[in-house]
Design a protein around this ligand. Structure first.
Ligand code: KIV
Length: 273
């Protein structure tokens, strides 16, 4: 999968399926399932690290997780999220950090949150041959500025700002735009106005694709889930049952059995004679 091919999918009227993955085994699963785009999201700060928000995720951590995902050589496009602070201190450091995602992490593109304020950085990344996935609407790195994780663009002024940002981002040359937690009518209007794909999360069915956090999708987390998440499995119960049976088997001596153990080639007495 390539950034270009995602645009071709939209042109053919085909939807794009994307998930987050933060490591080798989940990247392999996503690829095998036919996922088009794997996002190594900074949501790993909440999902893997147990933090309240994504703000403390570091550049080194993003490179580390991206490298695990890209080592799985998925057929999906691998996109690395630029963490908070990695693209806010000017164009030079932003380009350096984005290049780390590609050179050290093995990503094929980066995602960064924000609209018009980020245009100079986005232009510089594109100039450095780094494909960019934009992210509008609820941008979780702005949680404090936004006053919480709230739906964005419900009122006219903000809705028009998001719409205009999307148009301008296409002109700048990003290959797709993530639309997070915005009203479905606004997402539909943006998707119809753009040639590049929109990938929604909490933005309704009119987007050109959908992205979900993998751990939410497979039911591996017991944290509160937003209403836009659909849980396709209850993996947590499955894992919990397996772990409880292991504890019981170890306790009773039923694990390991002889067939799960090794034998010496000679009688042990010979070794200690
Ligand atoms: O960090 C992330 O996982 C994301 C997606 C949920 C869009 O930004």
């Amino acid at each position: 999968m390539t950034a270009l091919a995602l645009g071709q999918k939209k042109a053919r009227g085909e939807k794009i399926a994307a998930v987050t993955a933060y490591d080798f085994p989940t990247a392999r699963l996503a690829s095998e399932a036919g996922i088009d785009l794997i996002l190594v999201g900074d949501s790993l700060g909440m999902v893997l690290q147990g933090r309240e928000n994504t703000l403390k995720v570091s550049m080194d951590e993003m490179v580390y997780h991206t490298s695990m995902v890209s080592r799985a050589r998925p057929r999906s496009l691998v996109v690395s999220d630029m963490p908070y602070g990695s693209f806010h201190a000017g164009v030079g450091p932003s380009v350096e950090n984005a290049c780390r995602c590609l050179k050290e992490g093995g990503a094929e593109a980066v995602k960064l949150e924000g609209g018009r304020k980020r245009f100079p950085v986005i232009e510089a990344l594109l100039d450095a041959e780094v494909p960019v996935l934009a992210h509008l609407g609820l941008t979780p790195q702005s949680v404090h500025a936004l006053g919480g994780f709230k739906v964005q663009g419900k009122l006219k002024e903000k809705a028009r700002e998001i719409f205009q940002d999307a148009l301008d981002l296409e002109k700048l040359g990003v290959f797709a735009v993530v639309l997070e937690s915005i009203p479905m009518e606004l997402a539909g209007r943006i998707s119809a106005a753009l040639r590049i794909p929109t990938i929604g999360i909490g933005a309704g069915p009119l987007c050109d694709g959908q992205v979900l956090v993998l751990h939410d999708l497979v039911g591996l987390t017991d944290l509160h889930l937003p209403r836009f998440v659909r849980r396709y499995a209850d993996s947590r119960s499955l894992w919990l049952d397996a772990l409880r049976r292991f504890v019981a088997d170890v306790g009773s001596g039923a694990f390991p059995a002889e067939k799960e153990s090794y034998h010496l080639e000679r009688d042990i007495e010979e070794f200690f004679r």
